[in-house]
Design a protein around this ligand. Structure first.
Ligand code: ADP
Length: 505
């Protein structure tokens, strides 16, 4: 089973969120499950820096696809290679005019979308389709697995290129339905997309072109990153305007829970911790708390219930609820550390709130991998109050580090954290705190329950031990993807995989 995996981020070379962690871990787990995976990525400078180029560059076709594939200077090309640190096989989409820029992969240095994002990511999708349809004569995938809106046009281009003939199966994974890649209709021509598909059953979305909708409509199978989110996005509340499409395609939609890369997130072997620890040897966790309190200028209070958070600070993540519970958190004897960046208003509100409680509350604005590990290790409770959450990784990391997650009961958060109800405490399944009313009041009530449990150290330790022994293994997810690849490729006539099945019958 050969899989072309199409995405825009790869940990540790380029990361803005969970997509990078997934793109590093899942292809490796798929390889262990017997798939041959190549990852197609734009050659952003930090990605190129970590890749050893190997073999001949592959040219793009002379016709079809977005204009930028032919008119950009220099002309884009595909370069095979391997990630130096891991040996993962990749194709880099070498298009310096599109990808070699200061700033982020999606936004410029001042935080605005790059004005040519439609062309930049149509190009990625087009190249995926080209490789899917035989662009590399030495390697023909059975499946093209595209991730998020940036790769949403890949299945459309693949159908256009194949023209009803043989092509790989297409799988599209939604990591976050809220980011959709919506552009003006008048871009169709320069992107090489026919007007005939600009319909309600195609990529038309309220008079605009939607990359996300294209992915949803034209892929053979759809997945998202937790079973609960797969159900939620078929409802008007969580469907971000695409719930109708997703209900229509619900027969092709499934949820496969992300895993954790325990070679990166393991308190017993974490090189970023001075004092490693394990569920049966917890002294190192107290050491990590002391180290973090010292580092950030918090009062050195070992008994304080330390709440931590590591998050993008976007409206999705629910941190606007936190300032109004902070007074109670501190009055109850707690401390709070937030590491994150994003929305300026949310940052300011958190900063003002933290300033009211010097020595007990700190906001660190920025992106800091080492501090993220330090917070997981030091915290007693990890806050994830997201309004919605496709999967969420930090609560799963927190479980492994014995920081009990306090989460809003949605999406992957609901799928991975078991509330410390009296019954769950009794039967030993409790692993954190879940609130259902998305408000400061709901958050405060869950926080109060965390304080109450903390006053019973034996009960707390029991929940913590259980949390640390839970596993969300990529092996399980990879097996589920492999099964889906096989089923979808077998049902896509003309794939090499389907022919090989027919031949062997
Ligand atoms: P999302 O992809 O929506 O941002 P996830 O929970 O799936 O949320 O993944 C977030 C990833 O980004 C985690 O690996 C988390 O540790 C990391 N992360 C988020 N913010 C920061 C930050 N400020 N510093 C370091 N790591 C961060």
């Amino acid at each position: 089973m050969r899989v072309l995996y199409v995405c825009t981020e790869l940990f540790p070379l380029l990361k803005t969120g969970g997509l990078a962690d997934v793109s590093a871990a899942l292809p490796a787990a798929l390889a262990m499950a017997g798939c041959e995976v190549r990852v197609l990525l734009p050659a952003f400078p930090s990605i190129s820096a970590g890749v050893e180029l190997q073999g001949q560059a592959i040219a793009l076709p002379a016709t079809g696809g977005p204009d930028v594939a032919r008119t950009a200077h220099p002309v884009p090309r595909i370069v095979p290679g391997r990630v130096r640190a891991t040996g993962q096989a990749v194709y880099l989409l070498d298009a310096p005019a599109q990808y070699e820029r200061p700033g982020g992969p999606y936004l410029d240095a001042s935080g605005h979308d790059w004005p040519d994002n439609a062309a930049r990511f149509a190009l990625l999708s087009w190249v995926a389709a080209w490789l899917g349809c035989g662009g590399d004569p030495h390697w023909q995938p059975d499946v093209v697995h595209a991730h998020d809106w940036h790769a949403g046009l890949a299945p459309v281009y693949m159908q256009l290129l194949a023209g009803g003939g043989a092509r790989p199966a297409s799988i599209f994974t939604i990591h976050n339905l809220a980011y959709q890649g919506v552009f003006p209709r008048d871009m169709l021509e320069t992107l090489g997309l026919p007007e005939s598909l600009f319909t309600i059953d195609g990529y038309e979305y309220h008079g605009h072109l939607s990359f996300m909708k294209a992915g949803l409509q034209f892929s053979d199978a759809l997945t998202t990153v937790s079973p609960r989110y797969a159900r939620e996005i078929t409802t008007p509340e969580q469907g971000c305007g695409l719930d109708g499409v997703l209900r229509h395609r619900s027969g092709q939609l499934s949820g496969i829970l992300n895993g954790v890369d325990y070679s990166v997130w393991n308190p017993a072997s974490d090189p970023l911790l001075e004092t490693p620890y394990e569920f049966n040897q917890m002294a190192g966790k107290a050491g990590a708390k002391r180290a973090l309190q010292r580092l950030l200028g918090l009062a050195l209070r070992p008994e304080a219930l330390l709440f931590g958070a590591v998050s993008r600070l976007s409206d999705q993540k629910g941190f606007h609820l936190v300032p109004s519970v902070l007074d109670d958190l501190v009055a109850g004897g707690g401390q709070l550390v937030v590491l994150g960046s994003g929305d300026a208003g949310i940052e300011a509100a958190l900063r003002d709130a933290a300033a009211r409680h010097p020595g007990q509350s700190v906001l660190r604005v920025g992106y800091d991998e080492a501090l993220a590990h330090g917070i997981m290790a030091a915290a007693d409770v990890l806050l994830v109050p997201s309004r919605f959450e496709p999967c969420g990784l930090t609560q799963m990391y927190a479980l492994r580090y014995g920081a009990l997650p306090l989460v809003h009961g949605v999406g992957g958060l609901a799928d991975t954290v078991t509330d410390s109800t009296p019954q769950a405490l009794k039967d030993g399944t409790a692993s954190g705190f879940v609130f259902h009313e998305f408000s400061a009041h709901g958050l405060r009530q869950a926080m109060d329950r965390a304080f109450t449990l903390h006053r019973h150290p034996a009960d707390w330790a029991r929940v913590q031990r259980h949390a640390m022994q839970l596993r969300f293994d990529w092996k399980v997810a990879a097996q589920a993807y492999r099964t889906l690849y096989e089923q979808t490729a077998a049902a896509t006539p003309g794939t090499a995989y389907a022919s090989s099945l027919n031949g062997s019958r």
